[in-house]
Write a protein that binds this ligand. Structure first.
Ligand code: HEC
Length: 142
């Protein structure tokens, strides 16, 4: 919102400039902010989902997350029962060590890193599936 507005101001200033340079009223009319607005989709406002949706790691991990129960306690950018994936991604560097450590934590369950609410164990989850899920989570960096 802010970005669009400042861009509009910029365009108005440009229009004013064109007017001052002898373009006259006509130039000022054609440079209406409305006409230029669609091109101004600000990159900063893209959601993490949109940012990574075409990445194969994202696609694979999300498919597995959806098949499990993770989404009932985790959202991408909002804390619900558990931390948001974005918060987890911000906390841990995307290294193989962290992928393994967090995958094992999802399988065994955990408590005390993000608060007093525990994450239940997922004994039915294979380490490979858990790792694919964690690779998806750690990809979600802003
Ligand atoms: C019943 C709710 C619940 C479910 C279901 C759940 N989580 Fe969690 N998750 C939590 C909570 C609560 C925490 C915070 C635990 C803590 O503070 O140590 C957490 C923490 C995490 C963390 C961060 C661990 C850390 O040590 O920083 C990851 C990664 C994670 N969950 C992934 C998953 C994945 C993947 C699934 C699905 C297989 C899943 N969670 C299912 C509630 C849940």
């Amino acid at each position: 919102m802010k970005i669009t507005r400042s861009l509009n101001f910029g365009l108005l200033a440009l229009a004013g400039l064109a007017f001052a340079c002898g373009g006259g009223e006509k130039a000022a009319e054609t440079a209406t902010p409305e006409a230029a607005a669609p091109a101004a989709a600000p990159a900063q406002e893209i959601s993490l989902e949109d940012k990574y949706k075409d990445d194969p790691i994202y696609i694979k991990g999300l498919e597995k997350l959806k098949a499990s129960d993770c989404t009932s306690c985790h959202m991408v950018e909002r804390k619900i029962v558990g931390p948001s994936y974005a918060d987890v991604a911000a906390k841990y560097e995307n290294t193989e060590e962290n992928v393994t450590m967090l995958a094992q934590k999802v399988i065994a369950g955990g408590v005390g890193v993000w608060g007093e609410v525990p994450m239940p164990a997922h004994p039915g989850l294979s380490e490979e599936d858990a790792k694919d899920m964690i690779r998806y989570v750690l990809l979600l960096k802003k």
